[in-house]
Design a protein around this ligand. Structure first.
Ligand code: UT7
Length: 323
């Protein structure tokens, strides 16, 4: 009998340093007005010197463990969704595992860029469902500021740093009731790699490289593919859009989010949006937004929550869960 993966707690962390649109307009030829109108972003957090992706991940994970009433010794699976690892190897998950003091089970990174958290959540759910692991930390953590070309106004204004984390537990269906991750749907179309990528890497340039994006082409792909993925998870779960309580989207662009809301007939008030104060934090944006919704009392136990993301690859996907 497959088990349910139930969310026991979540956590978040944003670096202290804030970069406003006005700060950016002193660095590149842009303006607060352009950034706000085209993206919805007002400011974003960025790491300071010496602050690593694993540091952000550990802070978010520590809060998630506290919220779940658990300690590191209760965890036997650590997944970190990141595109900005501390090192080429070992995985950031291995580093996070050690910093937290987790001693049991497995740890590995998931690389699906901005879709990383949906991929990681789906992976964890499968590992817990079979009973192979009992409790997972699923973390999205990014320091995108390290891979931005700070002279390219088309990309450097969009991204921010941060981390968010879920603690998931494998439960029998009698214990879980209707709670848990219900459905997920993951996609990739590698033919579209040129739309969004980093122009460097270990085996190509032996350097880190910088983010390159054909933003308007990604934009054109986004609403339709994201909406299809959301419709797929709802259909597979046998729920309709009227059943959804909260929509927690990847925070890439407010116009994409509102395009999806319109296409699926969701209500604007159902959107948990953090984009204004955080920008696009890639794999961290969904757990950061989910945490915002839980912290201010909007997302309550038993609520039906729809997640979606799209990112480099192109990758995209959606997940449906009952909190
Ligand atoms: O999370 C991963 C997935 N990523 C995304 O989903 C991002 C998807 N794309 C987008 O969000 C939008 O395409 C952007 C926000 C990146 C750009 O918005 P847009 O409405 O698609 O603008 P555009 O790229 O078509 O550019 C319009 C104009 C151009 O000038 P011209 O050619 O019309 O003279 C750009 O050079 O805006 C110019 N521009 C800027 N102007 C001021 C581009 N970046 C900036 C800037 N400040 N920062």
């Amino acid at each position: 009998m497959l088990k349910k993966a139930v969310i026991l707690g979540c956590g978040a962390y944003l670096p202290e340093k804030v970069l406003t649109n006005d700060d950016l307009s002193k660095m590149v030829n842009t303006s607060d007005e352009w950034i706000r109108e085209r993206t919805g972003i007002r400011e974003r957090h960025v790491v300071s010197e010496g602050e690593l992706t694993s540091d952000l991940a550990v802070k978010a994970a520590t809060e998630a463990l506290e919220a779940a009433g658990l300690t590191a010794s209760d965890i036997d699976l650590v997944l970190v969704a990141t595109t900005t690892p501390d090192l080429t190897f070992p995985s950031t998950a291995a580093i996070v595992q050690a910093k937290l003091g987790v001693e049991e089970g497995a740890a590995f990174d998931i690389q699906a860029v901005c879709t990383g958290f949906v991929y990681a959540l789906s992976t964890a759910e499968k590992f817990l469902a079979t009973g192979q692991h009992r409790r997972a930390l699923v973390i999205g953590a990014e320091t995108f500021s390290r891979i931005l070309d700070w002279e390219d106004r088309a990309t450097c204004v969009l991204f921010g740093d941060g981390a968010g984390a879920f603690v998931l537990e494998a439960q029998d269906s009698e214990t879980a009731g209707d709670r848990g991750v219900m459905q997920s749907y993951l996609r990739c179309d590698g033919r579209l790699v040129d739309l969004l990528y980093v122009d460097g890497g270990v085996s190509s340039s032996q350097s880190t490289g910088h983010v390159r994006m054909q933003g308007n082409k990604v934009f054109r792909e986004a609403v339709i593919r994201i909406s299809q993925a959301m419709e797929k998870v709802m259909a597979d779960a046998g729920v309709s859009v009227q059943d959804i309580d909260w929509f927690v989207p990847h925070q890439a662009n407010e116009r994409i989010i509102l395009g999806v809301v319109k296409k699926l007939d969701l209500r604007r008030e159902q959107v948990i949006s953090t984009i204004a104060g955080q920008g696009n934090t890639s794999a961290a944006s969904i757990p950061l937004a989910y945490h915002a919704g839980v912290s201010d009392g909007r997302i309550k136990q038993g609520d039906l929550v729809l997640l979606e993301a799209m990112g480099g690859g192109l990758t995209w996907g959606a997940a449906l869960l009952r909190a």
